[in-house]
Design a protein around this ligand. Structure first.
Ligand code: KG4
Length: 354
């Protein structure tokens, strides 16, 4: 069976062809980073226009690389939720015009694909630019949300803190680079909700504000050799990728490392709590933030000390891609189809009662 999968939830236009044996016949990702870089974040209108321009060439290329024509496909899968409304609409319209659904859960399924092993039942943790969600994953088509962020997503906090520190977009990789060699114990940032044993939720907005006060608030951190501030005031143009990596002072490295550690304490702590509450012994992590080397190290340490199995896909399958849309094969097998009345589900996904 051959499946075309389409992903336009945010700012990557992606299509892939996968088989029911989970072979990846092709994977094409057109990134829009260069278009959004100077704004320091994704501009929804620009993202949807760029998807309109790219979706057909990306699908064409995925089919060409897989050496297949449209008529040789058995099904089309599209991520219809969650994400930016304008972006989702472009992928969904393309899929309807060509026709089934899949979603955020695909990030967890990337672990199944990458490990080549059965991973269910497991706790799923998706940490991206728009989401920080925990799931009870009883099986590949049976996901129950356990909790999620009540304000900013983890990736969003990385992007905003990077901007505060004058580091280029996307902020996650910039902070990771800046944090190397930094002292993660220098600043003690808050770990919101971490001490609440009843909640499987996250909150990163206060943490971001704590960094903001340190960097730009009253009594702001005074830094840097040569008397110039290592922190560019908020509102000034940031350094861009095209001008190369900006110099990183010890202060920036220490703030980046301390911030990163606070985020990972929360993510790892709540994943451990979800494993305890569900009794499951496997954790699958996906989403752009899971590409972070220090986060992967922290998860590995936790898995080793607590005796659970932990899966994370290679970094290229953590950020948005269409290969993970292979989860639709499970829906196909389970006879779960959609008709052409299928609609988008923009915005964050919430657990019951959240
Ligand atoms: O899953 P993704 O590609 O989907 C969204 O578009 O949401 O995730 C993108 C997010 C961005 O916020 C980016 O800063 C973050 O993932 N990210 C990282 C890293 N690489 C990407 N965050 C921390 N460390 C990284 N290495």
């Amino acid at each position: 069976m051959k499946l075309l999968t389409i992903e336009t939830t945010c700012d990557e236009t992606a299509a892939a062809v996968v088989t029911d044996r989970l072979e990846v016949l092709s994977s094409v990702v057109a990134s829009q980073d260069a278009l959004h870089e100077r704004f320091g974040g994704v501009v929804p209108e620009i993202a949807s226009r760029a998807h309109v321009e790219r979706i057909l060439p990306v699908i064409d290329e995925a089919l060409r690389k897989a050496n297949l024509s449209l008529s040789e496909l058995d099904a089309v899968a599209v991520a219809n939720t969650p994400g930016l409304a304008g972006s989702l609409l472009v992928g969904l319209a393309a899929a309807k015009a060509l026709c089934v659904a899949c979603d955020l859960q695909a990030h967890i399924y990337a672990c199944r694909l990458a490990s080549g092993q059965e991973v269910f039942p497991c706790v799923g943790l998706v940490v991206s630019g728009g989401h920080s969600n925990l799931y009870r994953c009883a099986g590949p088509t049976d996901f129950t949300p356990l909790g999620g962020t009540i304000d900013d997503a983890a990736g969003e906090a990385f992007d905003k803190v990077a901007s505060l520190l004058g580091l280029p977009y996307p902020g996650g990789p910039s902070i990771e680079r800046a944090a190397r060699g930094g002292d993660a114990r220098r600043y003690r940032f808050p770990r919101p909700l971490l001490d609440d044993p009843e909640r499987l939720d996250f909150s990163f907005s206060g943490l971001k504000t704590a960094v903001r006060y340190l960097v730009a608030g009253p009594g702001k951190l005074n830094v840097a050799a040569g008397g110039s501030s290592a922190f560019m005031p908020i509102g000034e143009p940031r350094a861009t990728m095209s001008t190369g990596e900006p110099p990183v002072t010890t202060e920036v490295a220490d703030v980046a490392a301390s911030f990163q550690e606070a985020v990972f304490d929360c993510l790892v702590g709540k994943a451990e709590l979800a494993l305890e509450k569900t009794g499951y012994k496997t954790l699958c992590v996906g989403g752009g933030v899971a590409a972070n080397g220090r986060f992967r190290e922290r998860l590995e340490e936790s898995a080793n000390s607590r005796g659970y199995v932990f899966h994370v896909p290679p970094p290229a399958l953590c950020t948005d891609n269409a290969v993970m849309g292979a989860i639709a094969i499970e829906r196909y097998r389970a006879g779960l189809f959609e008709d052409l009345s299928l609609d988008i589900g923009p915005g964050p996904e919430r657990a019951a009662g959240q």
